[in-house]
Design a protein around this ligand. Sequence first.
Ligand code: GDG
Length: 477
Amino acid sequence: MAAKQSSKTIIVSNRLPVRIVKEGEKLAFMPSEGGLATGLGSIYKQGDNIWLGWPGAVLNTKAEEAQTKKELKEQNMAPVFLTEQDIELYYEGFSNETLWPNFHYFNQFSEFNHEYWEAYKAVNQKFADQILKNANPNDTIWIHDYQLLLLPALVRAERPDISIGFFLHIPFPSYESFRLLPWRRELLLGMLGADFLGFHTYDDTRHFLSSVSRLAGIGNEHGHINYNNRQIMADALPMGIDYDKYAEVAAAPETLEREVRYRTSIGSEQLILCIDRLDYSKGIPQRLKAFEKLLERYPEYLEKVSILMVVVPSRDQVGKYKELKEEIDLLVGRINGQYSRLSWTPIHYFYRSFPLHALSAFYRMAHVCLVSPMRDGMNLVCKEFIASKLDKKGALVLSEMAGASKELSDALLINPNNRYQMVEAIREALEMDEKEQMQRMTVMQNTLKRYNIYNWVDLFMNRLSIVKKAQRSLTTK
Ligand code: GDG
């Protein structure tokens, strides 16, 4: 009898949890501390498991590629090398100018460009080729996000029995939005190469199933899809954070020292905290206009309340993002120009990123965290704010359009298109008595402690293995 082949897990995402920075001739490998990297650390760092993806820099020589492969191999990673053209057409193009706006209901921004589509197919094939070089039939593959929607089917075509999971980190749009895409059917069939498909919310799952049924003619029963004689499952699995890590950083001496230093600089005013990547889906101008309205309607907040706004640079080579940056700069300038006093600035605005301890100090200092995206798959910032509130004081104003709102019903929920509602919710948050703050915070903390990132990873892997077992038992009957 042949010896049983060992099995490993291959994580696949567009970006690796490491970033190459070129320093002249030298390559430096900087780890990324994102939530996904932390959560999946328990998987990819074990045994023969690997994480496969783009290392974040375009390399020009075979020697650079060889060095990268070697360094990454030592950290259980394998690179997929992309060219400048791949980045322009597949990543900035199809992923971020076609899929991103369509999936976030910004169809007026969606580019339907055939060249982008061809590049998207070709790069998904590049990823598939790398997986196939590394994968054995007993392995488990976990593919992440909208840049790789075709990948499950490309792998399935070559490895009919392999176990494939897929998780979408952004919303899956309603059929009415998704059907606008010229390549909608190919994208769905690409995803259906997976055995288990996870989404942040029940609504995302429902939208996906509805598109599968209406555009590909494949029905389902409570999320179970029978396609090509394979039983596939789609379900909601909201992603959590590393709760203990955020709670621990919030108690670290470096964080406390920073908090004292920042408070000495800005005084004792109440702070409304906003942290986002630069993106039109995050609703940054809408929120600034609401704050402007708050100051106009309730002048008692002048000199008493400020916004601390961190906008992390992102995709700012793409036209729409440049325009957004200009709009934000103008609004901040207008509001600060009109309301500033020598001793008070209404909006402390930073267009850059901060180290984790600084972020944690901001979370600690904030009376209110204002998270008001027009659409967001989940939103981890609001979860990190809650985990950082060790004294349970503070209030969260949260958009209904963020996936996180489904779990955090003790936040003050708002429709980000309703400026007056946002103004009143900010006021309610600023005026909320401590008892109510602590009651709401306790409920939200308990939820997030329980459904943390490790729990999410375990649930995903369990669901995938249950689906696979059921599939195998059906085919052997
Ligand atoms: C996508 C989906 C979904 C921010 N500024 C700094 C910093 N950050 C960190 C935050 C948080 C992360 O970046 C942002 O995560 P979000 O979830 O808010 O948003 P996206 O980047 O759009 O993520 C989203 C997520 O995928 C996961 O599935 O929730 O809906 O769009 O962790 O803390 N980190 C540091 N300095 C900063 O200045 N160190």
